[in-house]
Design a protein around this ligand. Structure first.
Ligand code: 5CU
Length: 367
């Protein structure tokens, strides 16, 4: 029997979360504009800034973002057997401490119930109430461990507000290790808009999504590495979105910069540290949402073909043409083609990346 195809990078906004976004007037929010009756999803920082008119109306949002039947239809259309769904950004990052704890329970129960409707076809990464602090996150991780379809947590790069090298994250990492739940690390905040220059408004979402997102992920995981998170948490597993941003390509430079840093040496931080290649091969999983053979090869070289997992980023990056045409999504076809090209003639390795690795690493059996 052929190995199932598993999508580990596929998002959903639970209906209650959509209601919350509809009730807001500050980013993140959902609204219609006078001239356009299609609801628009405005989520990225300063996305509605009039100085960047090409992104100011976000993106259209339809039922594919919140109706789980649409996810299943998309899976069927693209030959995907199993999806590991996660709430899309910005998760619960913008909620106050008092709101976040209850919201996490609501959202995670909603997502677990979505999976329950399609037994064996859907699993999920849960969301943490980051602004409610470490104790609340630890409680929710322990609760998630008891929910049938949960297989990890999705986390933004901001962590509880100070990033993922924040000492307050330590007990969260310990709990995740004990629960054997991986973190799906996903970007949202990008880079400061100034880096894109005064003409940024002419370029739509191209710069923030193609560069801002991956560089944000790279910085976040690099901060974890240099702060010693993986020296203290040997069993912590991170699935990095977008094939690790630019980490596979920059890993050698990062390792060299560490080894040549006089400040780190003076502090004794060059002794007893794990090098980046060891971390990449033992703690890091990479999705294959990188849209080219070059990117897939870099990911394989960095972490190994046994740690690379197919993904789509659905429902983002739909065809720009009329969605009713039911055509294959270019974004999905491009990722399939990149994997097939790299593993041409090696069905076993290709099948592992398309699904076998996810089945094994995320324990996707429907008991
Ligand atoms: O198009 C976008 O803004 C996004 C996003 O916000 N999150 C994501 O996962 N993919 C694309």
């Amino acid at each position: 029997m052929a190995t199932p195809i598993v999508d580990v990078h596929t998002h959903v906004y639970p209906p209650k979360y959509v209601e919350l976004l509809k009730s807001r007037s500050e980013v993140p929010y959902i609204r219609t504009f006078d001239s356009d009756l299609t609801a628009r999803l405005i989520i990225l920082p300063r996305e509605d800034d009039p100085s960047t008119p090409s992104t100011a109306r976000g993106r259209p949002i339809g039922p594919e973002y919140f109706d789980i039947a649409k996810k299943i239809a998309f899976m069927d259309q693209h030959g995907i057997d199993i999806s590991v769904i996660s709430q899309a950004n910005p998760w619960l990052d913008f909620l106050s401490a008092s709101e976040a704890t209850d919201a996490a329970v609501e959202v995670n129960d909603d997502i677990n119930n979505m999976c329950e409707k399609y037994p064996g076809r859907l699993f999920a990464f849960g969301t943490l109430p980051v602004k409610a602090g470490a104790e609340a996150c630890v409680r929710e991780i322990k609760r998630l461990k008891g929910l049938k379809w949960m297989r990890g947590v999705v986390l933004g790069t901001g962590g509880m507000g100070q990033g993922l090298d924040d000492p307050k994250m330590e007990c969260v990492y310990t709990t995740l290790e004990e629960a054997e739940l991986p973190v799906f690390l996903h970007p949202h905040y990008g880079l400061p808009s100034e880096v894109y220059g005064p003409r940024a408004g002419e370029y739509g979402h191209v710069l923030p999504l193609s560069l801002g997102f991956p560089i944000e992920t790279t910085i976040a995981v690099t901060r974890m590495i240099v702060s010693g998170v993986f020296d203290r948490h040997l069993a912590l597993t991170l699935l990095l979105a977008h094939s690790g941003g630019t980490l596979p390509f920059l890993a050698g430079r990062l390792e060299s910069c560490i080894l040549h840093d006089a400040h780190l040496k003076k502090l004794g931080k060059l002794e007893k540290r794990r090098d980046i290649w060891d971390i990449l091969k033992k703690n890091i999983l990479l999705d294959a949402v990188v849209y080219s053979g070059v990117g897939v090869r870099a990911a394989v070289e960095a972490s190994g073909e046994d740690r690379l997992l197919f993904g789509t980023d659905h429902p983002f990056f739909p065809p720009l043409e009329d969605e009713d045409t039911h055509q294959e999504w270019l974004s999905v076809a491009t990722n399939y083609a990149a994997i097939n090209k790299v593993f041409e003639g090696d069905k076993e390795k290709g099948g592992a990346v398309l699904g076998g690795n996810a089945l094994r690493l995320l324990k996707l059996q429907a008991e």
